[in-house]
Write a protein that binds this ligand. Structure first.
Ligand SMILES: [Zn+2]
Length: 249
């Protein structure tokens, strides 16, 4: 049985003499792990299109329990990411998070679109990388079933106050008067608005908001904490990003 779908390579591992095992976030089938035969052979026609962070049209076939890449035609190789270690490290973090949160054996259109849009924005430098990172984190969590409830204060229903509190454990918002609990972090009004925008707007618009520099750092901090709390794990790619980017914010 052959499967045809487009997808982005989010992980690669060498296995044995000349094969590689890659993980692809595909549009139609979610995460697929597949072998690339003869990948170290320079003549392999599938080599560039099966590299990490390459977006390609794939055909797979199944042999026993394994998927094998039959053909792969590159659509976008994100060349500009590979020339900039900060962007590349952030892209690898996005890929790792996508591998953690995307579905298997199910369509994953929203996940793939989010990841591709994030990589495109990293390449074209029109948005601050921290804004791209924050929007990616919060939106992929929402896609995966961890959408926070940011409609209003969870206790009194107040929509907005100058400062609000967000609980990274429960994903609930509290107003200044209600204050939340010991897990809650104080957020400025602009950051709460940005978080609402990221989770409630159309997929192609989620990066279209502006924040001050300090607001951007506040947003990045809360989105990252929320992701790490909800997924209950650490990310080596994120540690690497901070080792390149500088001090953790
Ligand atoms: Zn309240």
């Amino acid at each position: 049985m052959h499967i045809k779908t487009d997808g982005l390579v989010i992980k690669e591992q060498n296995t044995g003499e000349s094969d590689r095992l890659i993980t692809i976030l595909t549009r139609n089938n979610g995460l697929i792990r597949a072998f690339v035969r003869g990948a170290k052979n320079i003549k392999s026609k599938n080599l560039s299109s099966t590299q990490l962070l390459c977006y390609s049209n794939f055909t797979f076939y199944k042999k026993k329990e394994s998927y094998i890449v039959d053909s792969a035609e590159p659509i976008e190789v994100f060349f500009d990411l590979r020339n900039d270690i900060e962007k590349l490290s952030l892209a690898l973090y996005f890929a790792q998070v996508a591998g953690e949160l995307s579905p298997q054996d199910d369509e994953a259109q929203d996940f793939l679109r989010l990841l591709l849009n994030s990589l495109h924005l990293l390449c074209n430098e029109k948005r601050n990388p921290l804004i791209i990172k924050s929007a990616f984190e919060l939106r992929i969590l929402s896609n995966a079933g961890y959408m926070p409830d940011l409609l209003a204060c969870c206790e009194c229903g107040e929509f907005e106050s100058d400062m609000m509190y967000f609980d990274v454990q429960s994903g609930l918002l509290s107003c200044f008067e209600c204050r939340g609990n010991e897990n809650s972090q104080r957020l400025s009004k602009g950051v709460v608005s940005a978080m609402r925008y990221i989770i409630y707007s159309e997929p192609e618009k989620i990066f279209d908001f502006s924040l001050s520099k300090s607001g951007g750092k506040e947003l990045s901090d809360i989105c990252e904490k929320y992701l790490i709390t909800q997924t209950q794990r650490s990310y080596k790619t994120l540690d690497f990003y901070y080792s390149v980017y500088g001090e953790k914010i």
